[in-house]
Design a protein around this ligand. Structure first.
Ligand code: NAD
Length: 498
């Protein structure tokens, strides 16, 4: 069986730890390959390669660094079908959806083509007598990224593109569940002109993550995954003196006001709730209709659409969604549906036991809908991360607003309304990082930044946008006096501009 190794120093390297994990085809449940799980020594080898290559890369002028990304974007476009299919084969999502995954990463690569401008410093002439003051942004040195299974193209690129454009070397530790695409991306970066050793991909599990978190030469760590691990990575990175930004789980609500265009809201809920089998951190998993009449009309329109979802393997180009990632995820999601029934929520569409002919061992969960879910239920509190939508009925706008406000997570939220006053009030008051007004998945574009609040994010700088340039660089401020020969006496008091 094919074993996926690592990509270190510009070359494919076989794993040497003797530990591997299975990589499944989620549509069939078959093991399609294995992936090497790195040891501390293998992480060290990647760091040594990065350390040797980084100074020269940092000294490469920013226009030349940008040119690698211009070329890389071109290569991504040329190889789009191949990349999306490779991704779907391990993740299970439809090929069109996988293209979206790659394209959202590509867009950040386009953004960093502006690195000469983005990383420019600041200069003040005459900050004092014959004194100029300037601030420059220098790379952190070696950055690392630890990424989740659900966006194996987009999230690695969100991290390595700004880090590398800023002059850092990078160690990527992708999800062990779909490791092929990140390695292919590293190959294409080399083809685009990136020197060997600047982008290293090391596969692994907790052992590799712990080696990264404690490695003395890694200066900054970006993590995306579930909240318990995000919290752990943030704490451990900080305890080891590293800069860290760690993005966690989510429970995204959509408020549907009585004046909303209901058909538009229903279509939005279908795509945002069931697209990618609900395995998106910006998926909508809670619908909050305001008023009984809105709730009744919403549910009535949702049921037939959920029942007629087309579920299939990635090879079915008409499928709306595919399987979930693993048998564990399948069991967890079905278990949570059982739990919702026990808790007294009304299961209007039951996706348990869904079987696809010819794919009986695949991890398919049918689209599911719960009504009359309340804030004290486990299915409301937990991130289900599957094709399960919960309807929580709210009496009025204030009750609806209170739900996302009081929820542990704070990634994304949406409001559907024709009332600009309500929309503006909502966007201003809600304690969530990314807000959609009549937009169901408000993932900001590359030149804005992405990040949640509360238990969805630890650290203070977001992904992409100008935040990413700040995260992957350190500021140095220089105060210089020219001409140097000005004669004045010793000053014992704190210099001020008084
Ligand atoms: P996960 O937390 O299981 O894994 C993420 C990464 O952490 C992987 O690389 C994995 O190998 C590593 N890891 C797993 N267990 C670890 C441990 N005990 N110690 C150290 N490292 C460990 O997450 P996942 O299942 O791959 O991804 C789904 C989760 O990611 C969901 O919670 C989803 O909401 C979240 N997510 C968040 C965002 C965001 O931007 N906020 C984006 C995408 C996904």
């Amino acid at each position: 069986m094919h074993e996926i190794g690592h990509f270190i120093g510009g070359k494919h390297v076989a794993g040497t730890s003797g530990r591997t994990a299975n990589v499944y085809n989620p549509a069939t449940g078959e093991v399609q390959s294995t992936v090497a799980l790195a040891s501390v020594e293998e992480i060290r080898a990647a760091v040594e390669n990065a350390k040797a290559a980084q100074p020269k890369w940092a000294a490469t002028n920013p226009q030349r660094r940008a040119r690698v990304f211009f070329k890389f974007v071109e290569l991504l476009n040329t190889h789009m079908d191949e990349l999306a299919t490779m991704l779907s084969k391990e993740h299970g999502k439809t090929v069109e959806d996988s293209k979206g995954d790659v394209i959202r990463g590509l867009e950040v690569c386009e953004f960093v083509c502006g690195i000469p401008h983005l990383a420019k410093g600041e200069f003040t002439e005459g900050a004092g007598p014959a004194i100029d003051m300037y601030s420059i942004r220098q790379p952190v040195g070696i950055g690392a990224g630890i990424t989740p299974f659900n966006f194996p193209g987009m999230i690695p690129m969100w991290m390595f593109a700004p880090a590398i454009a800023c002059g850092n070397a990078f160690i990527l530790k992708p999800s062990e569940r779909d490791p092929s695409l990140p390695i292919r991306l590293a190959e294409l970066m080399i083809e685009a002109g990136l020197p060997a050793g600047i982008l290293n991909v090391v596969n692994g599990d907790k052992a590799a993550v712990d080696a990264i978190l404690t490695d003395p030469d890694i200066g900054a760590i970006s993590f995306v995954g579930s909240t318990p691990i995000a919290r752990y990575v943030y704490g451990t990175a900080a305890a080891n003196g590293k800069r860290a930004q760690c993005f966690g789980g989510a429970k995204n609500h959509m408020i549907i006001m009585p004046d909303a265009d209901l058909d538009q809201a229903v279509n939005a809920l279908m795509g945002a709730g069931y697209g990618s089998a609900g395995e998106r951190c910006m998926a909508i998993s809670v619908a909050v209709p305001v008023g009984e009449d809105t709730a009744n009309r919403l549910v009535e329109k949702l049921i037939p659409k959920i029942e007629s979802l087309r579920i299939g393997p990635y090879t079915d180009d008409k499928a709306d969604m595919g399987p979930v990632i693993t048998k564990d995820a399948y069991n967890r999601i079905n278990g949570l549906i059982d739990r919702g029934v026990e808790e007294g929520a009304k299961l209007l569409v039951d996706g348990r036991g869904f079987k696809l002919q010819g794919y009986e061992d695949g991890y398919f969960v049918g689209g599911s809908l719960f009504d009359h879910v309340t804030a004290d239920m486990d299915i409301y509190k937990a991130e289900i991360f599957g094709p399960v939508l919960s309807v929580v009925r709210a009496k009025n706008y204030e009750d609806a607003l209170e739900l996302p406000m009081k929820h542990e997570y704070g990634n994304g939220v949406a409001i559907y309304t024709r009332d600009g006053d309500a929309a503006r009030d909502f966007a201003s008051r809600v304690n969530i990082g990314m807000i959609g007004v009549n937009v169901p998945i408000p993932v900001p574009l590359a030149y804005h930044s992405f990040g949640g609040w509360k238990a969805s994010s630890f650290g203070d700088l977001n992904q992409h946008g100008t935040d990413s340039i700040k995260f992957w660089t350190r500021t140095k401020t220089i105060t210089a006096r020219w001409p140097s020969g000005i004669k004045d006496g010793a000053e014992f008091v704190m210099p001020t501009m008084k």
